[in-house]
Design a protein around this ligand. Structure first.
Ligand SMILES: C[S@@+](CC[C@H](N)C(=O)[O-])C[C@H]1O[C@@H](n2cnc3c(N)ncnc32)[C@H](O)[C@@H]1O
Length: 442
């Protein structure tokens, strides 16, 4: 067990070797460089972490393969390509997969500019769009003016392939335009900009930004950032993004890829409801992700690790006394939740049990894909459930170790001056320190 705690303040660069138990205080403003800042995403990790892991474990060699099995908005992939490696990202969330794709796909700037000029001209000439979100309460979320303008943009993005042809190049441009469009939606809506849950605050009244005055500069930013990013990246490197769960058949999905390093940050216990977080965006692009209706969204929510979207019938037969994980301290905590929280204890105990059971499936899958000696770096925070503290990181170490991994180091970090749109506080309770677990496949 790692016990020494040492506080160390660092600026932009994390030292390669870190003493076990050290807590770094990372002072950074640099989280939106390159294509990192294209789209908000809850619980993003700072680019410094994958950059550090790549520097430590793949230093001196290029053209290796990095996997992030919970890739979210693609931070690891963006850094992996920059460092000269092939990258693979898996995530169950369809919007995250599209964001990652756009951040890591090179586009010819001349052709992109041609499409953007057409789009800009067409927007100015169009009075009314055809696209209508499948939402009866849309006027609660947006002003009439915003609805009209968003509808015009979305209608015209739909026409790109008809206007220019449906080759891969134009499909990639269409994806880029969709993510650029999606990235401004929260800002122009009535919903609070910073909150992880999507809601219209009646106490903190928001003045939404005007659609075109945000969209056009955002397009310029995308063009500029992509150009400078791909100036630094070898476009021959391979990028693979798969929208899928990381708890089942990862080896089949990876089709024998040789992975040299895995870096990730999985969800936390009682994780963020990613789909709820993306609600206003999904009104406008959900149809392209199979998430246009509430029913489809609710069905999808069940596949996320840490989801609280669980019906009573699913846990009616569960108790922490008849179903255990076989880790004494953890099983006792699950019983404590069950016994002490009269209102939600049964459900919370099950949600927490399921979180660890799913993470166990994940480690056992990863063990099939990584060969002996391959490093796996995981960032995770501890949480509290029903006011009971869970040292999630320690329990994950135990679970990983019984599934073919060996822990080599554990250290932590806090972030100062962060700019994340959605910060990392408040997920499932107590999360102040993110723990970095350095495993090796044994
Ligand atoms: C903490 S976030 C990762 C954020 C990422 N590091 C970034 O910088 O954007 C965790 C991710 O796990 C994904 N996830 C949840 N359950 C999953 C599952 N069963 N399989 C794959 N991904 C899952 C969520 O959709 C979310 O994107």
């Amino acid at each position: 067990m790692i016990q020494t705690i040492e506080l160390m303040v660092v600026k932009e660069v994390i030292p390669i070797e870190i003493q076990p138990g050290t807590i770094l205080s990372i002072n950074t403003k640099e989280v939106t460089s390159h294509t990192h800042g294209f789209h908000k995403y809850p619980a993003k990790f700072i680019p410094h972490i994958p950059k550090w892991a790549i520097g430590k474990y793949l230093n001196g060699s290029g053209n290796r393969t990095i996997l992030d099995p919970f890739c979210g908005s693609g931070t690891t992939l963006v850094e992996g390509l920059l460092a000269g490696h092939n990258v693979i990202g898996l995530d169950v969330d369809p919007l995250s997969s599209l964001i990652t794709k756009v951040k890591t796909t090179p586009i010819d700037s001349k052709i992109l500019n041609e499409v953007i000029n057409w789009l800009t001209r067409s927007i100015k000439q169009t009075k009314k769009g055809e696209f209508e979100p499948e939402c009866k309460t849309i006027e609660h979320w947006f002003s009439r003016n915003a609805i009209n303008k968003l509808s015009i943009i979305r209608t015209l993005i739909n026409q790109v392939l008809k206007e220019f042809g449906s080759s891969k190049e134009f499909k990639d441009i269409q994806y880029l335009l969709l993510i650029c469009f999606s990235s401004i939606i929260r800002r122009v809506s009535n919903a609070d900009n910073e909150s992880q849950k999507t809601y219209v605050s009646h106490t903190k009244i928001k003045e939404p930004e005007e659609v075109y005055s945000v969209f056009f500069p955002q397009l310029e930013l995308f063009v500029e950032r992509l150009k400078t990013y791909f100036h630094l990246v070898n476009t021959k490197l391979a990028t693979k993004i798969i929208c899928t769960s990381s708890t089942e058949s990862i080896d089949i999905k990876l089709k024998g890829e040789n992975i040299d390093l895995a870096v990730t940050s999985p969800p936390y216990i009682k994780a963020i409801d990613y789909i709820y977080n993306q609600m206003v965006e999904l009104f406008w692009i959900g149809d392209l992700l199979g998430l246009e209706s509430q029913a489809k969204q609710n069905k999808k929510k069940k596949g996320y690790i840490g989801t609280k979207y669980i019906h009573k019938v699913e846990f009616k037969d569960y108790t922490p006394y008849n179903t255990m994980l076989g880790i004494d301290k953890l099983d006792k905590k699950l019983q404590q939740i069950y016994d002490s929280d009269k209102k939600n204890g049964h459900k919370h105990s099950f949600v927490t049990y399921k979180y660890f059971a799913d993470m166990e499936k994940h480690f056992s899958e990863m063990a099939k894909c990584l060969s002996e000696g391959t490093p796996y770096v995981m960032v995770v925070g501890d949480s509290s459930v029903s006011d009971i503290y869970f040292a999630t990181s320690d329990f994950l170490v135990e679970i990983a170790e019984r599934n073919g991994f060996k822990i080599r180091n554990k250290w932590g970090y806090k972030i100062k001056n962060r700019y994340m749109r959605f910060d990392r506080k408040g997920r499932g309770g107590l999360i102040e320190i993110d723990w970095v677990l350095e495993f090796i496949r044994n």
